[in-house]
Design a protein around this ligand. Structure first.
Ligand code: ADP
Ligand code: UDP
Length: 241
């Protein structure tokens, strides 16, 4: 499958048409941004890592019964996916306080939450991705009640599967962002990516951050952290063969 016209260039990926109207190719870049695009940089090799990690995790989720957009990894940076109409919500699941949650609610980072939480922001860069609740999402016709129910069910299921997997790699899944989309038949599937750009992943023993917070917070050792988290995943996958 070859790349056709470029439909979109985002902050981390490009999206191309294919010969098939139901399929797209996403191409992962090394570009990194934070704070709604205010901070820009590159992380050498990130695109390859995010592509391969997201694909490995989506294949795992599919096996466990979570429908995803994943079709086929084409090469180091390019993946064939089912074209969806993205539901304009960033769906954030948290197990441990960090980032904006810690700030909003005055909790220190690293506190284990009594229960996993879910929150939504409106995926709209010009508004700065504002937080919203389910009533807002319904009022703005961003999704239907049935779609929100499916999204919540899948998001918590993804959390259970990924938390267990990362723990087996010696990594704590702190929080993450998911995006969902509608297929032509209206059904909801997991889309976009799952990677160190979209998850907080801490070494379970040392607490070392193995994710994009190293870029957001200028902690250094970016490339090494991305390589390390990928190596942990690959080791585990290899051992499971
Ligand atoms: P951003 O748009 O936030 O800068 P990216 O650089 O990751 O993000 O761009 C990828 C874009 O492709 C995102 O807007 C994402 O919602 C969208 N997308 C992801 N998966 C699919 C899919 N299967 N079908 C259509 N669009 C998708
Ligand atoms: N996240 C993301 N894209 C966004 C905002 C958040 O992938 O536009 C991820 C982020 O990597 C983290 C989780 O969602 O794993 C929660 O992020 P938070 O709300 O704490 O925001 P931040 O502190 O990054 O502003």
């Amino acid at each position: 499958m070859n790349k056709g016209n470029q439909l979109y260039e985002g902050k981390a990926k490009k999206v191309f048409e294919t010969g098939d109207p139901d399929l797209l190719i996403v191409s992962y870049k090394d570009d990194a941004t934070a704070f709604n695009g205010l901070k820009k940089g590159t992380i050498a090799g990130k695109g390859v890592i995010n592509n391969k990690m997201s694909n490995a995790l989506m294949r795992m989720l599919e096996k466990e019964g979570v429908p995803t957009h994943y079709v086929k990894e084409l090469n180091d940076r390019d993946t064939l996916v089912k074209k969806v109409e993205i539901v304009p919500l960033e769906v954030i699941v948290r197990n441990i306080s960090a980032g904006s949650f810690a700030k909003h609610y005055g909790v220190e980072e690293g506190v284990v939450l009594a229960e996993p939480t879910i929150e939504f922001s409106y995926k709209n860069d010009s508004l700065g991705d504002p937080l919203l609740n389910e009533y807002h999402a319904l009022a703005l016709k961003l999704a239907t009640r049935e779609e929100l129910d499916a999204i919540k069910k899948y998001a918590f299921k993804v959390n259970g599967i990924l938390k267990k997997f990362w723990l087996s790699c010696g990594v704590t899944l702190v929080d993450f962002k998911l995006e969902f989309g509608r297929l032509a038949d209206g059904s909801i599937v997991l889309a976009d990516e799952i990677s160190p750009d979209t998850c907080r992943l801490w070494d379970s023993e040392t607490g070392k951050k193995l994710d994009k917070d190293r870029f957001r917070r200028d902690l250094g050792g970016l490339e090494d952290a991305y390589r390390e988290i990928m190596a942990r995943l690959e080791q585990k996958m290899e051992a499971a063969k």
